[in-house]
Design a protein around this ligand. Structure first.
Ligand code: ADP
Ligand code: UDP
Length: 237
């Protein structure tokens, strides 16, 4: 597959066109950002880990019946994916209180919910990804009712599958962010990535944070935490 030209450079990945208009190459960088780009840094080897982890997770989810953009891992950092039109919603599923949820409602981190929750943010860096509800998403024609229903169904299914998978690795899945996109036939597939950049993962025994919060909160041992998650994933997949 020929990598043609860079069409986008995001905070964590670069995106290239290919000689097939229906396919793209995503290339994972070591760059890390937090707080809407205010905090910047690099995590050596992160791109390699996130590429591999995301691909393994997407293949796992495909087997469980969730359609994804994954096509083929091309190298350590590069993956061939189906080109989608991204639905500009960050879909966040939570099992346990943390991060912006704890801040917004003034509650401790670590409250285990009886049922998972879902929320949407409007994916728009200039506006700082504001929270959005389904009515507003429909009013703004960001997604139709049917698309939102499909996205919610997949998001909860993904949560069930990933929670169970990580449990087997001695890791608690606290929360995570998903992005979905539309293929040329209009069908919805999981896109973007699933990694410690986009999920909160706590060691089930010790509660140690094994995700990007180590970077966000200057806890140290960021690279080691990503490596530990990858090691456990490879032992259990
Ligand atoms: P950001 O844009 O938030 O800085 P990244 O650095 O991860 O994020 O950039 C990757 C970009 O590619 C994101 O905007 C994401 O929505 C987009 N993307 C992910 N998967 C696909 C896909 N299959 N087709 C088209 N765009 C995609
Ligand atoms: N998340 C993400 N990208 C974002 C915002 C959140 O991947 O732009 C992930 C984050 O890593 C966490 C979950 O979504 O796993 C919930 O994040 P939260 O809303 O608590 O936001 P925070 O304030 O911590 O970024």
């Amino acid at each position: 597959m020929i990598r043609k030209e860079q069409i986008y450079e995001g905070k964590a990945k670069k995106v290239y066109s290919t000689d097939d208009p229906e396919l793209l190459i995503v290339s994972y960088k070591d760059d890390a950002t937090a707080f809407n780009g205010l905090k910047k840094g690099t995590i050596a080897g992160k791109g390699v880990i996130n590429n591999k982890m995301s691909n393994l997770m997407m293949q796992y989810l495909e087997k469980k019946g969730v359609p994804t953009h994954f096509v083929e891992e091309l190298s350590d950092r590069d993956t061939l994916v189906k080109k989608v039109s991204i639905v500009p919603l960050e879909v966040i599923v939570r099992n346990i209180s943390a991060g912006s949820f704890s801040q917004r409602y003034g509650v401790d981190e670590g409250i285990v919910f009886d049922e998972p929750t879902i929320e949407f943010s409007y994916k728009n860096d200039e506006l700082g990804d504001p929270l959005i509800n389904e009515y507003h998403a429909k009013a703004l024609k960001i997604a139709t009712e049917k698309e939102i229903e499909t996205i919610k169904k997949y998001a909860f299914k993904i949560n069930d599958e990933l929670k169970n998978f990580w449990k087997g690795c001695g890791i608690t899945l606290v929360d995570f962010k998903l992005e979905f996109g539309k293929l040329s036939d209009g069908s919805i597939v999981l896109a973007d990535e699933i990694s410690p950049d986009t999920s909160r993962l706590w060691d089930s025994e010790t509660g140690m944070k094994l995700d990007k919060d180590r970077f966000r909160r200057d806890l140290g041992g960021v690279k080691e935490a990503y490596g530990e998650v990858m090691k456990r994933l490879l032992e259990n997949i």
